[in-house]
Design a protein around this ligand. Structure first.
Ligand code: SAH
Ligand code: SF4
Ligand code: F3S
Length: 472
């Protein structure tokens, strides 16, 4: 329970991405079913995989019992994430026992981490594909159809899938994720991502702009530019000027003032004044920054190899508030990293208070095989201490989230309507620029998802703002 992010906005897009879009049942010979775990990068990759599979005559199904091919796009970030996938696999393996022609494939970070070991550990898995090898899927499926065990976990220095148009899975038709880079070079000591996703590389800006413009033409009103560390986006090609993240952000913002632009994730060490100024300059670049702190103790930050100190982080938060007083800020926090003392923990709590986060994803430290921390340091904070500290962090954030929402009472926000509220047919659900979920009565206005509307906040919970439409 505590493992997972606590304040997930309660109306927010959640977890699983199941395949399904209306597709012509006669167009495809076989069906695939895909489930995604982990970060948005994985969800975005599943859309690339869907595109590759469509090209191979596979149509998507929402029902795994109808599938000829079941794919799990997996995450390795914490041990619990891997356990979840293993549990799910046992269910699919039962199905395979009764239907041997069914193919089961494991994609993503867990595939990369375990490689062919996966096939030994998890009998009845047919295909193992790492995040940079999805173009090989057709070939691997053919091999698996022929009874071979098919594996491709090669990491690439170049692959960005730039030319592949993702098939939007489970989409609301209004908001979409656009991958702008892959991999990570940061080597935070706790983190498995540099090992599962390989070296950092940026995608050609032209292909990003084309994808965003096409989304807008298709009726989408919001794009989130995705990468493990978007601020280090840097695309250079012979004969043209290199493009930085600030420049890319501006180019996307200029597609249309009616297209909202978000991005995730920023590494505090890399977010520049240029990016902040660009955000401030364009109304349609959302005033929201996810700025993972991890720990509030300079000593622990050093052990984590985060390359900023407590003071440096505080200065960054102050700079954001100075340039954009209305900017939302959220964070990721790890409790109980190696050697963490009570004093370090208190440093985290009071830096959270200083930053006044609107929301945080909070975890206790989970040692990952092969990471620098696992090789260098002992995982020496007892589990009950980790959990108690996490609980304190969660309580701190709950208080900050409520306070942040209470501060919005009486204010009016421009909201992009994403759809009908899950709780009531009579209400819309949308988001403010600050990424807060706002629920409000539809009343008799002629509105639809994708419309912008001004909403005055008149009530709130810790997770959601409640308001009413104001006509201006
Ligand atoms: N690239 C992003 C984060 C990717 S992982 C960034 O740098 O911010 C998402 C979050 O998972 C991290 O920010 C961190 O808080 C958490 N995390 C990563 N490895 C972890 C581990 N071994 N144990 C617990 N939490 C971890
Ligand atoms: Fe992991 Fe650090 Fe890279 Fe984020 S920046 S993916 S935490 S190594
Ligand atoms: Fe998980 Fe891989 Fe993302 S480890 S968090 S799916 S990059």
């Amino acid at each position: 329970m505590l493992e997972i992010a606590t304040k997930v906005h309660d109306e927010a897009r959640q977890g699983e991405a199941f395949a399904p879009f209306a597709n012509d049942p006669n167009k495809y010979q076989r069906r695939f079913y895909i489930e995604s775990y982990g970060c948005q990068m994985n969800f975005s990759d599943s859309e690339i995989v869907a595109s590759i599979l469509n090209g191979e005559g596979f149509g998507a199904t929402r029902n795994f019992e109808d599938a000829d091919l079941i794919l799990l796009n997996t995450c390795s970030i914490r041990e619990k994430a891997e356990q979840t996938v293993r549990k799910r696999l046992t269910e699919f393996k039962k199905l395979k026992q009764s239907r041997p022609s069914l193919l089961i494939g494991v994609l993503g970070c867990m595939a990369e981490r375990l490689k062919s070991k996966f096939l030994e550990e998890e009998k009845l898995v047919d295909i193992v594909v790492g995040p940079d090898a999805y173009r090989a899927l057709p070939q691997l499926i053919t091999e698996a159809d022929g009874g071979q065990k098919a594996v491709n976990v090669l990491l690439s220095r170049e692959e960005t899938y730039a030319d592949i148009s993702p098939v939007r899975l489970n989409s609301n038709g209004i908001t979409a994720f656009v991958s702008i880079m892959r991999g990570c070079n940061n080597m935070c000591t706790f983190c498995v991502v540099p090992f599962t996703r390989g070296r950092e590389r940026s995608r050609d800006h032209q292909s990003i702009l084309k994808e965003c413009a096409e989304l807008f033409e298709a009726g989408y009103k919001e794009v989130t530019l995705l990468g493990q560390n978007v601020d280090s986006y840097y695309y250079s090609s012979e004969g043209s000027q290199p493009v930085t993240f600030a420049q890319l952000l501006e180019m996307v913002a200029l597609i249309s003032p009616d297209l909202r632009v978000r991005f995730s994730t920023s590494h505090p060490k890399d977010i520049t004044d240029d990016v902040l100024h660009t955000m401030a300059k364009h109304e349609n670049i959302c005033k929201y920054i996810h700025l993972p702190l991890q720990s509030g103790s300079t000593r622990v930050l050093q052990l984590m190899n985060r390359s900023y100190s407590r003071e440096w982080y505080k200065a960054k938060v102050e700079r954001i508030r100075e340039l954009m007083p209305d900017c939302g800020i959220s964070s990721d926090i790890i409790a109980g990293f190696c050697t963490e003392t009570e004093e370090d923990h208190q440093d985290t709590l009071n830096l959270m208070e200083f930053s006044q986060y609107d929301m945080s994803y909070m975890f206790f430290y989970s040692e990952r095989p092969g990471t620098l921390a696992q090789r260098r340091y002992a995982d020496d904070v007892p589990e009950e201490v980790k959990k108690r500290r996490l609980q304190e962090i969660v309580e701190m954030q709950n208080g900050l989230s409520l306070k942040s929402n209470q501060n919005d009472l009486g204010k009016t926000f421009k909201v992009l309507i994403e759809g009908t509220s899950k709780r009531s047919e009579l209400h819309w659900m949308g988001r403010s620029s600050q990424n807060k979920v706002i629920v409000f009565a539809k009343e008799s206005y002629d509105l639809k998802p994708g419309d912008y509307v001004h909403v005055k906040v008149n009530d709130c919970t810790q997770a959601t703002l409640l308001g009413e439409i104001v006509v201006n």
